[in-house]
Design a binder for this molecule. Structure first.
Ligand code: ZN
Length: 127
């Protein structure tokens, strides 16, 4: 069997759908194939991290008084630096976390594609 397609590995990592016969076949392949096993393990970690992320895990701006104190201590100039932009609203943070997950999955798919393509080029199948 050929390697499991990256999109299928993402679906397996998400575990959102009822397992199918194709999933069972893919998982049998994953058991025997180190490359697919490593990719599924990485994708599963990304999914788990995204699902267990809490709002406190996401970057937020310090309270205004903390920023003023830091600015006063480190600044040589009389002008007080502007504080950082306010943190996004909680709904936007969740959206950002989901976008980060989608970006990670996209990167994994792109890396898999490049890896497969480099193998095909090495074997002379594709130029
Ligand atoms: Zn494989």
């Amino acid at each position: 069997m050929a390697h499991v397609e990256s999109a299928h590995l993402v679906e397996l990592a998400l575990r959102n759908a009822t397992p199918t016969d194709a999933d069972a076949e893919a998982l049998r392949h994953v058991d025997r194939c180190a490359r697919c096993r490593d990719e599924l393990r990485m994708l599963t970690r990304v999914v788990a991290a995204a699902r267990t992320a809490h709002l406190v895990d996401l970057p937020t701006a310090p309270p205004e008084r903390v920023w003023q104190h830091i600015s006063r201590d480190v600044s040589d100039t009389p002008d007080t630096p502007r504080p950082p932009a306010p943190a996004p609203a909680p709904g936007k943070r969740v959206l950002l976390a989901l976008l980060a997950l989608a970006a990670a999955a996209g990167i994994a798919v792109a890396l898999r594609y490049l890896h497969e393509r480099s193998g095909l080029v090495r074997r002379g199948v594709v130029r």
